[in-house]
Design a protein around this ligand. Structure first.
Ligand code: SF4
Length: 460
């Protein structure tokens, strides 16, 4: 055997035993596998986390979490039992060292962020912003972002079964937090969805719709099925992707009878029409891929849809090593038949600096994961550049590593640039975390930003 930087090894999936948590000691398999039970027992606040974990979680951790919720969090807390159960999967809260392991756990780090996780020097980049990708600016009709020439993003609803601390759509998604108010859709849901369908019928150049939110798992099934059926009747639509982190966060939802039967109807209709439907999920750590997740993915593939793909997010402390990314990709591909597809660099939202990697780090990781997976399943690490869109990390046009500013170009106009002569010749900047820069680069930012407060703006 040749010694390689990454040693591939097939690993069987395991469902951690939820009964190790004092609050779930008596929960049966039937309860655990019920989506209704999972939704009713999501952890929504510190009190509920304490009830689940019991006294094994230290007071210091609880205070750290409470402070983050009060002063920094951009997302409210909502963690399904399925996700809590994948944190520290082999130790119980009463065991020595549990709190330390909980602090260090990759899933905990992005689902239950605490104050001490964040950077004290630069909690936010000076150019961090709500809606950092300017999606709302590019709404063709409310909730329908038309950024790329042939594809659109439909934000059907502003909620999910789980809230991720780093959510890009923190502007819109979830409940308000003490520091962040949320944007509210102006129109009622049915009117919005009808306007989206009307726009797509009137815009034959669009062939691809990402049906998202939020998470489509939170839309009542009949409403989601009706919308996708309407999409299937739009002559120009050839690809439909349903975005749902819940395939991993609450696989019980996708295993439910109503949802499976409905997906079968949609799959059959799509085949008749020659349209591809795929599910796009969001898994960031190998330990999140459990047998239940694999069952849900298989159930979806059995409905005849084209694929189940993963779009993870590259996050420091969660998956910022070649080993973590390859372990994740192999768990998805080998054991759950989920296609590793994209890894997004974490977007520049307020409070995200401790999660973000520099472009150079992302380029290094892309290089380090090449050659192990089949080419079709090697995830591309992408930077979602504001006003540009996704770019592979090696597509950068110029890179000032002293100031941590990368410059990008593009080859199409977004929906708001119809008359912009310079859109295709301009360079668009993206920014590395400042604390990673050499000292003179950090000084440059400090001098420039001395009088400017980080953009953790309060919005009513
Ligand atoms: S599931 Fe997606 S939309 Fe929902 S909170 Fe997480 S990142 Fe945001």
């Amino acid at each position: 055997m040749i010694d390689q930087p990454y040693a591939y090894q097939r690993r069987e999936l395991t469902e951690p035993d939820w009964r190790r948590f004092p609050g779930w000691a008596d929960v049966t398999v039937a309860q655990w596998e019920s989506a209704q039970w999972q939704r009713a027992h999501c952890v929504k606040n510190l009190r509920q986390l304490r009830q689940v974990a019991g006294p094994g979680l230290s007071e210091a951790f609880c205070a750290d979490l409470e402070r983050d919720q009060r002063e920094r969090a951009t997302m409210s807390m909502l963690v399904p039992p399925q996700m809590v159960n994948t944190m520290v999967p082999t130790a119980a809260p009463g065991e020595p060292g549990f709190t330390d392991a909980f602090y260090a756990d990759p899933v905990r780090r992005y689902m239950i962020p605490v104050f001490s996780d964040r950077r004290a020097d630069w909690p936010s980049h000076p150019y961090a912003a709500r809606d950092s990708l300017h999606e709302a600016e590019m709404w063709a009709v409310e909730g329908l972002t038309h950024r790329y020439p042939t594809k659109v993003l439909a934000e059907l609803l502003p909620t999910c079964p789980q809230y991720c601390g780093h959510c890009t759509r923190m502007d819109l998604v979830g409940n308000p937090t003490p520091t962040i108010g949320k944007h509210k859709f102006g129109q009622g849901r049915d009117d919005r969805l009808a306007a989206m369908i009307a726009y797509l019928k009137a815009t034959p150049g669009v062939r691809d719709v990402v049906v998202s939110g939020g998470d489509v798992a939170n839309l009542p099934w009949p409403r989601l099925e009706a919308f996708v059926t309407d999409l299937l009747d739009v002559e120009n639509i050839r690809d439909i992707r349903l975005a749902t982190k819940a395939l991993m966060g609450m696989p019980q939802h996708w295993l439910g009878d109503e949802v499976r039967a409905g997906m079968e109807r949609l799959g059959a209709r799509a085949r008749e029409r020659g349209v591809s439907i795929a599910i796009h999920t969001h898994v960031n750590a190998a330990q999140s891929v459990t047998p239940l997740v694999a069952r849900a993915a298989q159930a979806m593939l059995d409905t005849g849809i084209r694929d189940v793909r993963n779009q993870g997010v590259l996050l420091r402390g969660v998956n910022d090593s070649a080993e973590a990314l390859l372990d994740l990709s192999f768990a998805l591909l080998d054991e759950a038949k989920i296609m590793p597809y994209y890894l997004y660099m974490c977007d520049m939202i307020p409070g995200s600096e401790h999660w973000r990697l520099s472009l150079a780090e992302a380029q290094h990781l892309q290089h380090a994961i090449m050659g192990y997976l089949p080419g079709f399943a090697t995830p591309r690490i992408v930077c979602d550049v504001p006003y540009v869109g996704k770019r592979w990390v090696h597509q950068v046009s110029r890179y000032d590593t002293d100031r941590g500013i990368s410059y990008w170009t593009k080859n199409y106009r977004t929906g708001i640039e119809a008359g912009d002569e310079l859109a295709l010749s301009r360079e668009y900047p993206y920014y590395d975390p400042i604390y990673l820069l050499p000292s003179h680069g950090q000084r440059w930012w400090r001098d420039r930003d001395r009088d400017r407060a980080p953009e953790l703006t309060l919005v009513p």
